[in-house]
Write a protein that binds this ligand. Structure first.
Ligand code: HEC
Length: 151
């Protein structure tokens, strides 16, 4: 009897869409961990190619093509973790992330288009174009970190 009542309560919640909305709300500390994990992987796959334009790392077209393909997906991931309810968590995200949201979004969008460009040219075999695209991505990382990430 009790079970039946509880089940109909759950059905009612799900039926109104309210139940699913509540279940989908991730905890702030989970969102922080997820966005930092995405950034960590972005660092993992950008790191080895970042030094190629300057010659600090030897140019390797296969590594660039592989990493650019991974990055093309990874750079879509961090942004939905920078929600208002995470602003009081202890992280390296500066308060500007939550006040200057348009500029922060612009930086995220810019990163996605720069990486898409890199992924595209990395298939073409034009070393100069690939190096220029890597440098553009690097500038986009640095530009956003300068304004939105604590040192
Ligand atoms: C639009 C802004 C923006 C762009 C573009 C951006 N980042 Fe970040 N990044 C951040 C912010 C904000 C943090 C701090 C997140 C936190 O502490 O919750 C961060 C953190 C990181 C971290 C540390 C993660 C951790 O575990 O604390 C790494 C590594 C990183 N970014 C690498 C990169 C690389 C590499 C690029 C470019 C390919 C890049 N980011 C582009 C905003 C950006």
């Amino acid at each position: 009897m009790k079970t039946k009542l509880m089940l109909s309560g759950v059905a009612l919640l799900l039926g109104t869409g309210y139940g699913t909305a509540v279940l989908a709300q991730a905890k702030p500390e989970v969102l922080v961990k997820q966005r930092q994990s995405a950034m960590t992987l972005i660092g993992k796959y950008f790191g080895p190619i970042a030094g190629m334009p300057s010659g600090k790392a030897p140019y390797n077209a296969d590594t660039v093509a592989r990493n650019a393909g991974y990055l093309d997906v990874l750079v879509k991931m961090p942004w939905d973790g920078f929600t208002e309810n995470t602003k009081d968590e202890k992280t390296r995200a500066l308060p500007a992330v939550f006040t200057d949201t348009a500029k922060f979004k612009e930086g995220g969008d810019r990163l996605q288009s720069m990486v898409a460009q890199l992924a595209k040219v990395s298939k073409g075999g034009d070393e100069a174009a690939v190096k220029a695209a890597i440098a553009d991505v690097g500038k986009t990382c640095a530009g956003c970190h300068e304004n939105f990430r604590a040192k």
